[in-house]
Design a protein around this ligand. Sequence first.
Ligand code: ADP
Ligand code: MG
Length: 249
Amino acid sequence: MNAPLEKNANHAATAPAYFSVYDMHAYYGESYIVQGVSFNIHEGEILALLGRNGAGKTSTLRAISRVDSPMVTQGEIWLDHQPLHTMASYQASIAGVGLVPEDRRIIQGLTVEENILLAQIAPPLGWSLDRLYDLFPRLRERRKQEGTTLSGGEQQMLAIARALARDVKLLLLDEPYEGLAPVIVQEIAKTLGLIREQGITTVIVEQNAVAALKLADRAVILDTGTVVYDGSAEEVLNDDKLRAEYLAI
Ligand SMILES: Nc1ncnc2c1ncn2[C@@H]1O[C@H](COP(=O)(O)OP(=O)(O)O)[C@@H](O)[C@H]1O
Ligand SMILES: [Mg+2]
């Protein structure tokens, strides 16, 4: 099977996208949640996946990562020519999907460093401890501290570091700014920019749409499980009507 062709007319019609979700439908039991979602991402891009509460953002990230996933009944998900829709969550992780869930899941009783090293007990290995600590100097300072005693912002940094400790091709962030002070949001946004410079492709789901749009290259907006916008992040920032209709901001 071949990856679905690039659908965006701005790009060569023959090149498969680096990452693509193609006509995905997903259910939790009888509940039909993801209702035919398609979008593409180019390598090294940051995509903001936005929409109101209950629009299906988390479900879409779960379906991509296969972690706590709704049942995908139709559609394809491709990452760098690999069919994620055929995989279990551990296989998707080996294929390069790194999910940072909303609750961060820092492991109790382990230090910062142990939390990172635990992600590296099996290949494929990603960034080294030194490289991660260069990116997150606060984590170097606190490496012997128990992970769950960190501040919210530091725990978010640890959750991102843990994803990068594996060989991540696609970083999926579910509301990374939730509950964080604006100054910390700025610090994490700056770090996500540095991660993009390293060539990593990122999907950021956020209720803080403005902060996500300032960082992102492109945006996809979901509404009741369907895509209602797919275009530039800047356009959404400048379109009051679009923001009012689908983002309530
Ligand atoms: N485990 C689940 N079982 C049944 N329904 C769920 C489950 N998780 C989420 N949903 C429902 O799916 C819809 C989309 O949820 P979700 O993907 O979490 O939205 P978002 O992240 O955009 O707020 C909501 O109506 C929610 O109630
Ligand atoms: Mg959610």
